[in-house]
Design a binder for this molecule. Sequence first.
Ligand SMILES: [Ca+2]
Ligand SMILES: [Ca+2]
Length: 393
Amino acid sequence: MKIDTRSLPLALALALPFAGFAGCEKPKQETEEPSPPPVAGEPEKAPEGEPEKAPPLVDAWYNDVDADGVPDFVELELHNDPKIDECIVTACGEKARGGELAERINTLIIIDASGSMAGKAGKKKKMDAAKAAVQRFVDVMPKVDVMSVGVMAFGHIGDNTEAKKDESCSQVQMIAPMAAPDSKAVAAALKPLKPTGWSPIARSLEASTQFLPEQIGSINHIILVADGIERCDGDPVTVARQLFETNHLTVIDVVGFGIEANEDREALKAIAATTGGRYVDAATAADFDQAFNDLTVGIWGVFDTWLCAVGSAPLLQCYEERSTAAIARTEKEIEFMSRYSGGEEAIATLEKIKTRMEETMEGRKRVVTTYKVNLDKIKADADVMRAQAAKKK
Ligand SMILES: [Ca+2]
Ligand SMILES: [Ca+2]
């Protein structure tokens, strides 16, 4: 049985930050009306005599809209709202609605340096406007270890002739490695970037898996800045879907810079939409700045929820109670399935779900207790950064 990890309870964390970020919700996963659980009856009413064939496991076990580790249908059984992580809202207030608790928050900025970026948006070269906006975004990010940022470039190698297409299309490069936000390092990485060649968008997204690991509790977010569509025969939408549907759970926001053809806009929008990210159209350098300012506001919103959650004993207790209930529910289901012939496969899947729930709980404990030690310093640093962010807006 294929495990659909899309909605496994991965998210330790606070907020689908970037979806919150992007003002979007995760793509619908048939969860508006959660399907009934696979259980057909109580274990004590097991069939007599020859066990019947095991009922198939349905999506119900994987659907977890609020990413709190408790499947939607279990939430309904517990009279909770599958769309909201009630533990966070109770602990951190309404502004945390849509939040999820993360152990790490990774942001990868992918910047288009294809030949067309040499064009102008108003008085400024597109490439220069992009560099400036990315730089400012990094300058005002929360400067803490849990926040990690990197920059990848494509299109900066070769040139935009047919003769150099293969060379240009094969080159994507991590110009600033994933690390706690470091303005100087990012400035040095952006400086030599010159708009040159072709646009291997799909390849850049594929390469992101080397830098945005599949890790329970990490939130992976890509900001793709492009002034055109894929030009290297790749299929970025398919790659984006894979990134979102595996444990990378990567949400991609796309900033389309100076996009004129509607068809191109739709192609870029599809990349964002398939991961629940947002597409922003920027016609001018000022629009472009605005788009990045919004991203900055979003990331601070995510970080605020994170700060609220760290060290919160009531939040941890809330998660513990709900995890315990959800784990008990899988055990009940395993017991039920064991009464059927051919139920082994379903049981193996349920065991994996149970393990994932347990790991999620452990991760939450780490977030709430480990970072508590440094919380005062993190808060003080954050206040300084927030003041700078406000100044630069
Ligand atoms: Ca849930
Ligand atoms: Ca809920």
